[in-house]
Design a protein. Structure first.
Length: 341
């Protein structure tokens, strides 16, 4: 049998005071003495009283609920190694600050026909964090241009706070390390999605090679979807079939790099003795396979925590919170998959 919620009437009976006095005491009104407030609050705690969330929201115009818009085109959902850790960190920080989080229904086949903004308004979200979506989507644009506090992860809008990984420095550090190991034939399988992340990494790849005075053929730069082992395997084989194949191949992410490992091994070759491999993200399994993957370890904990902190700042202090882009650096993990030549 479900336990009945404790009401103000229950507390008033237990304390021998009016319901109005209980209400004033719990809401810290000045016309109630300190002693009475303490006695009523103690009884309320003892009885297990919890304020009605809906009533509190009506009174304060706050729901203490944050919406999360997360759309992963690879359909990996919350098994997505990178974003699952970012969102877990976001959730922990938000809950520490007294907020709940709710996912916005991102399924385009949803029956209620609500846009992202309509869903956010319907749920009464105090703010929304946006990660891993098609940022050019008209529904995303509508949400970005609304009055709801919004923070984006890994994408920047001029009018919104954004938390982004330092993809430029990450690729520069990775390519420089590979160069220092003696490699000059460096290929890059970049993400096929035309996102800010992809563009930053690709530009940094070319710029770093130019600074190092390394020229590579156009055939060395190809694309494959993020987190797609099969496609990465296929593209790796094409690179290795070139008349002058690369000695090292960079992948869009660690998960995709497993396709490179498989393609190389299926040819009877080994990593890194025959071909070197580098990933990106620093997911847990990449640090445990053999050889340990050379990669950039993204600070997912800091990215998630910072996104939550900035969004809550914006909710609590909309006029005094700076609209800024915050860049979070990753760390090079040398690993064992890039050999010295």
């Amino acid at each position: 049998m479900a336990k009945r919620m404790v009401s103000l009437k229950d507390i008033s009976k237990a304390c021998g005071v009016s319901i109005a006095t209980v209400s004033k005491a719990l809401n810290d009104h000045s016309d109630i003495s300190k002693e009475t407030k303490e006695r009523i609050r103690a009884v309320a705690d003892e009885l297990g009283y919890h304020p009605n969330a809906a009533a509190q929201a009506l009174k304060t115009n706050r729901s203490n609920n944050i919406g999360v818009l997360f759309v992963d085109e690879a359909n990996s959902g919350l098994t997505h190694d990178y974003f699952s850790h970012v969102l877990d960190s976001f959730k922990k920080k938000a809950e520490q600050e007294g907020f709940d989080i709710t996912f916005i229904n991102a399924d385009k086949t949803r029956t209620n026909n609500m846009s992202y903004l309509s869903h956010a308004i319907y749920r009464g979200f105090d703010g929304v964090v946006i990660a891993c979506v098609e940022f050019a989507d008209s529904e995303v644009t509508e949400l970005i241009n609304s009055n709801i506090p919004v923070v984006t992860i890994d994408h920047s809008f001029y009018n919104r706070i954004s938390i982004v990984s330092d993809n430029i420095k990450g690729i520069r550090d990775l390519v420089t390390y590979i160069y220092e190991q003696g490699h000059r034939k460096i290929a890059y399988i970049h993400g096929s999605e035309d996102t800010a992340v992809t563009q930053s990494r690709l530009s940094s790849f070319y710029k770093t090679l130019q600074e190092l005075d390394v020229n590579i053929p156009d055939e060395y730069v190809v694309s494959a979807p993020y987190r797609n082992i099969e496609k990465s395997l296929e593209v790796t084989n094409k690179l290795l079939d070139l008349p002058d194949p690369p000695t090292c191949i960079l992948y869009p992410d660690d998960f995709a790099a497993f396709g490179g490992y498989n393609a190389i091994r299926m040819r009877g070759m080994t990593v890194p003795n025959d071909v070197s491999v580098a990933g990106y993200d620093g997911i847990e399994i990449a640090r445990r396979i053999s050889p340990v993957m050379t990669t950039i370890v993204q600070d997912t904990d800091k990215i998630g925590r910072t996104a939550a902190t900035k969004l809550i700042d914006l909710i609590n202090n909309p006029k005094g919170t700076l609209i800024e882009q915050i860049v979070i650096e990753g760390t090079l993990q040398p690993g064992e998959s890039v050999g010295k030549i």
